[in-house]
Design a binder for this molecule. Structure first.
Ligand code: NDP
Length: 274
């Protein structure tokens, strides 16, 4: 449909942001539903974040997605936080509600939906999480008292922070090294990679440590192909998903907040894949 003067404007802001698949995904959904709206990617540096948010508010932008490195820095710049953002301590979606900017977090929903599709129920699963940054904060929220979690990270202090956010008492923090990866994977049911290792073809897990009955969710993704970790898991017959699943379902939830309408999930999935 044609974009006219009444079109609502949405954007994803990040640094860098040029690689983002969110414009393709949201514009495909607007077009499919005949919604008069447009979604663009805007490069906003940390130094310009406060001015950009004030400008968006002044210009009446309808909604935003927020990506690396702004998910925490944007918190003091919005007028209020939804419970989803409060519980994770990070904002990835902002809605303009009659001139007030409200921060949400749809990453937890996105990760949960992706996990459900991958493994069904996660009750009682033993989970290994690699990485302890912003994405890991959303990942731990998806598990409960029945889960055993091992958080492995380059900085053990950050691993301890993430383990401390878990809803289960059975959460441990370890250094990210070959020995700890090997030991913790021996009894694990699910491996989540929340480090950037995998964005450029490298596999954070040494050869021979994956098993057919170890499901893998790699938050990293590469355009048009599986990550090295997902490829290795699938080759031995294990269930595996990459970060496009999280991208899709966080986007589905954001779209529903943006428009108040059910998202056309398969249209959005095709836009990401193509
Ligand atoms: P952060 O920068 O907040 O955290 C990065 C984490 O990875 C930290 O734990 C850091 O360790 C660790 N790390 C960074 N570089 C290395 C390295 N060279 N070797 C080992 N560990 C390393 O990023 P996020 O948590 O926001 O994102 C992590 C990754 O998750 C992203 O790069 C992206 O691939 C993916 N992601 C995907 C999304 C999606 O929609 N699919 C959404 C969000 C994230 P330390 O604490 O020691 O610094």
């Amino acid at each position: 449909m044609a974009i006219d003067a009444k079109a609502k404007v949405f954007a994803v802001i990040g640094d860098p942001v040029e690689h983002s698949l969110s414009p393709a995904m949201h514009n495909a959904a607007f077009s499919h539903l005949g919604i008069d709206a447009v979604y663009v990617a805007l490069h906003v540096t940390p130094a310009n974040l406060a001015a950009a948010i004030a400008g968006f508010k002044a210009a009446g932008i309808a909604g935003l997605n927020v990506t690396i490195p702004h998910k925490l820095a944007v918190i003091p710049l919005v007028d209020g936080l939804d419970g989803s953002a409060k519980s994770v301590g990070a904002v990835n979606t902002i809605i303009n509600r009659d001139g007030l900017l409200v921060g949400y977090n749809t990453d937890v929903y996105g990760f949960r939906r992706g996990l459900e599709r991958l493994v069904g129920s996660t009750k009682g699963m033993r989970v290994v999480i690699l990485g302890a940054g912003g994405a890991s904060r959303a990942v731990v929220q998806a598990f409960d008292w029945s889960n055993e979690l091992a958080v492995l990270n380059r900085s053990v202090a950050n691993a301890q922070k993430i383990a401390g956010l878990a809803k289960t008492a059975k959460a441990t923090a370890l250094a990210l090294d070959g020995q700890n990866i090997q030991e913790s994977l021996k009894t694990a049911d699910l491996l989540v990679n929340a480090t950037p290792l995998g964005l450029h073809g490298e596999n954070p897990v040494p050869d021979g440590l994956l098993r057919k009955d170890l499901a893998v969710f790699d938050l990293a993704y590469e355009k048009g192909k599986a990550t090295a970790l997902v490829g290795a898991a699938r080759r031995i017959g294990a269930k595996a998903a990459d970060g496009k699943e999280l991208l899709l379902y966080q986007g589905v939830k954001a779209f529903e907040l943006f428009t108040g309408e059910p998202a056309p999930v398969e249209v959005m999935r095709r836009a990401i894949e193509e």
